[in-house]
Design a protein around this ligand. Sequence first.
Ligand SMILES: *Cc1c(COP(=O)(O)O)cnc(C)c1O
Length: 374
Amino acid sequence: MVDLKSQYEKLRDEINTGIQEVIEAAAFINGPAVKHFQTDLEQYLGVKHVIPCANGTDALQVSMMALGLEPGDEVITVSFTFIATAEVIALLHLTPVLVDCDPRTFNIDPDAIRKAITPKTKAIVPVHLFGQCAPMEEILAIAEEYGLYVIEDACQAIGADYRFSDGRVKKAGTMSDVGCTSFFPSKNLGCYGDGGAIFTDNDELAALLTVVVNHGMTVRYYHDYIGVNSRLDSIQAAVLRAKLKHLDAYAAARREAADFYDREFAANPHLTTPLRAPFSSHVFHQYTLLTDGIDRAGLQQYLASKDIPAMIYYPVPLHLQKAYQDPRYSEGDFPVTEDLARRVISLPMHTELDEEQLKYITSSVLEFIHNEKA
Ligand SMILES: *Cc1c(COP(=O)(O)O)cnc(C)c1O
């Protein structure tokens, strides 16, 4: 699905030098590389504070801790996402309230959010799924109306631009109280291990987030809060610093691959290509097709037989996951999410796809459909 080796070859010297510097300085934790990356990312995103941490899941958890969410508080999020979003809500003994998504953008449905609000609701967690922003303008308006926090899960959408109706443009993860991202290797800005970060414009919250990721420690060995140990290490920061300079070029390469896929699949009645919402750029963390009237598992197997990986993100919605069984939810509750789970398929998407590979992938997909329908 990704080709991190070819991507590395192009930045080999820069990345190796950065890693070497960390080792020579023996500044493995909280070294200058982390500080530099933090500043670079703040500038790139146009946000006041970036708080690096160990992974995207921690970023979500720490955000909820720092916002003071407490057991019994209801947190609204979407059923069609990666498990991490709901996992941290459950771990903190908050109450996850799941809602359905939009059938064309795959992102959380603002009308469904509105219907799910109760007096116990404290926060909304929109996920910018597959690289495109959720409809933040509507979500922020709902949050304002009801006095709710908004925590953006921007793990799949770093670098995506959101256009507000008044013309303002903001980066994914910087529009609300707090934004979270992941630097997992296969994410759009990936390191060579685990990493994550939290974004906020709020000075007080930033100070608290910085304390919570470091054992709740205000002064060394004085712990004013219960925190966690969640750090971005210096070697990962050096890798990320080198790659951040290329993030926009990476997004452009992904978009070009998506354009190619779109063109090849546009005329096929059994495939729906991903919608590009007018209010958000798409950084194509995934290129996800909707299949219609074809054997999806058969397609996946056929592609595998031709050495083309294809993945189902996500085969089981959160409300139907075994560990998250809940008397409040049952099959049929989120028809859009359940329909998508049965029909989506994601094709290889990364920065190194060339025309020959794209041709091979698209012709293999179309060949399968042609054979099935023949
Ligand atoms: C990857 C991802 C996470 C978690 O990030 P990790 O760094 O793997 O912990 C959370 N939410 C979404 C939507 C993701 O894609």
